[in-house]
Design a protein around this ligand. Sequence first.
Ligand SMILES: Nc1ncnc2c1ncn2[C@@H]1O[C@H](COP(=O)(O)OP(=O)(O)OP(=O)(O)O)[C@@H](O)[C@H]1O
Length: 203
Amino acid sequence: MNQTLILNGLATGELDAIDLTVPPGGIVCLSGPSGSGKSRLLRAVADLDPHEGEVRLDGTPAHSLKANEWRRRVMLVPAESRWWHDTVGEHCGVPRESDLTALGFEPDVHQWPVSRLSSGEKQRLALYRALSLDPEALLLDEPTANLDEATRDRVEQWLVKRIHDQGLPALWATHDPSQIARVSDTHYRINGRRLEEASHGTD
Ligand SMILES: Nc1ncnc2c1ncn2[C@@H]1O[C@H](COP(=O)(O)OP(=O)(O)OP(=O)(O)O)[C@@H](O)[C@H]1O
């Protein structure tokens, strides 16, 4: 893997066109007020929202692949995950016990009915599901927003390690300045129509 995610003149919603490069294993945090366009930007990168410009994984532009194949490679983990099968395991790849343990689950979680999941369990399992499907880049929309502080720290550390170990480029939207300081290599803030590079660790 170890590919670079490249946004070339990407324009969506109210935002001016964006040029952005996310290197393998690099975490680029996106912040900005509620409603400023963070989720729309991630959805455009996943080719789920209309946009102008181009997104590429190294030499592979999104438009050269079928939409489902692009989204399997460039995996969006939305703030509110959707579950369409009856059990957790039906959504996931091969079980990885070390990941489940890191996220506070036993292997039998694969048999759990989706209907029993709390919002925090859904959030952790949405991240587990995404990584279990072997993505090549990650788009994370407030991935720890529903978690208590101790769980957030645990999930965050696991996520950062997986991103680094697998060399995944990651775009990570968050409102939390302390999280940005902990995880980001680069931080961009949406200010009106523009995406501006923020100094490291500022909100
Ligand atoms: N499909 C759409 N068509 C038109 N407007 C939309 C669409 N989707 C979202 N919007 C609007 O675009 C703006 C940006 O929404 P978005 O969800 O990207 O914000 P956000 O920065 O992620 O906010 P939050 O931090 O509250 O999650 C909002 O005003 C929203 O109402």
